[in-house]
Design a protein around this ligand. Sequence first.
Ligand code: IDP
Length: 161
Amino acid sequence: GQRNTSSAPDLTEQTLIAVKPDGVQRRLVGKIIQRFEQRGFKLVGLKMMRVSDDLLAQHYCELRAKPFYPSVLQYMTSGPVVVMVWEGHNVVQTSRSMVGLTNPVDASPGTVRGDYGTHVSRNVVHASDSLEGAQREIKLWFQGEDLVTWECCDRTSLCEP
Ligand code: IDP
């Protein structure tokens, strides 16, 4: 997106969050959505879907050479996922800290993975790891017309205007 030239904080940064198949099976979708709503972020895209091998290969292109990649593929296609785009000031970095470290053993209590993750291969959620990564992933998972533009009525309670 376009960067602010004023000192006003950028509320339009976006990130991709996905509830992985284990999160859907364990009925954690609502709890995860609630955390992002409560943190003041704005939901602008949401869908439930089965993921194709092809989409996953593009999404996890950096992991393709890893020995555990086949198991990631199997896990991620084992059932439906719920994929979302959340928007707000510093949403990429904040989401990563809300989600916690990749391996639930290392993830702090209070994070999604620290509270619900059972194993590095069953870590409940995905969150984009950088602004560039988020932009790439959002394009991969969503058509432009599937993202919704709407005004947050409490904009000034979320950030200094
Ligand atoms: P991230 O999801 O925290 O960004 P990445 O290193 O990008 O972490 O790995 C992507 C996903 O691959 C992880 O969320 C996890 O589900 C899976 N994964 C990563 N490392 C391992 C591993 O050593 N064994 C099995 N699965 C792994």
